[in-house]
Design a protein around this ligand. Structure first.
Ligand SMILES: [Zn+2]
Length: 64
């Protein structure tokens, strides 16, 4: 799975973040840098949100 904008290989967390931010049925995925540009949110903020979602037990994110 690669980012539809820049072609970078995606991490599972980036796929999960796309599903959260776009919708669960998303078929095109973005890396954090492209999500950050698309939604005009700082990348660091997205990383915080991923940790929040993970800590809430969201199954879109691998539990550490
Ligand atoms: Zn990208």
């Amino acid at each position: 799975m690669t980012c539809v904008t820049c072609g970078k290989d995606l991490l599972p967390d980036e796929i999960g973040a796309t599903k959260k931010l776009v919708n669960r049925g998303a078929t095109e995925f973005y890396c954090l840098d492209c999500l950050s540009k698309r939604f005009d949110v700082p990348r660091q903020r997205l990383e915080q949100k991923i940790e929040e979602w993970r800590s809430m037990g969201c199954l879109l994110f691998e539990q550490k």
